[in-house]
Design a protein around this ligand. Structure first.
Ligand code: THU
Length: 130
């Protein structure tokens, strides 16, 4: 699928964001190597720390359906520049290797990057234990 199409799916997913506290809605769409798409939107909570980002929801949905290999993740928010995923989401992305990440805003700005550029030196228990 083209990046632009994945961004459109993320934009649509963003409409389902539950963000009554921050009012900051984020949408994500994750394409697996097997060709499936898993979407996510942020879900907040009265106990703020329990809120979950769009990116992690998309990744956790995919992983809990048995997916392990990802091709591309698109993330969209109504930001001035493209949205910048939080550190926790970057670490969760890194768990599944170095796939492409397409960052966008709702006005059409796009930046194509990848997981290792977003989080150089990610912690990896599989590599770092002896
Ligand atoms: N948020 C995301 O869903 N993804 C990001 O990349 C940045 C932050 C959410 C978490 C919270 O619901 C709201 O945006 C404000 O931080």
């Amino acid at each position: 699928m083209k990046s632009e199409d994945l961004i459109e799916i993320a934009k649509k997913a963003r409409e389902n964001a539950y963000a009554p506290y921050s009012k900051f809605k984020v949408g994500a769409a994750l394409e697996t190597k097997s060709g499936k798409i898993y979407t996510g939107a942020n879900v907040e909570n009265s106990s703020f720390g329990l809120s979950m980002c769009a990116e992690r929801i998309a990744i956790f949905k995919a992983v809990s359906e048995g997916e392990r290999e990802f091709k591309r993740l698109a993330v969209v928010a109504n930001t001035k520049d493209v949205v910048s995923p939080c550190g926790a989401c970057r670490q969760v992305m890194a768990e599944f290797g170095n796939f492409e990440v397409v960052l966008a805003n709702t006005s059409g700005k796009i930046k194509i990057t990848d997981v290792s550029s977003l989080l150089p030196g990610a912690f990896d228990l599989r590599r770092d234990t002896n």
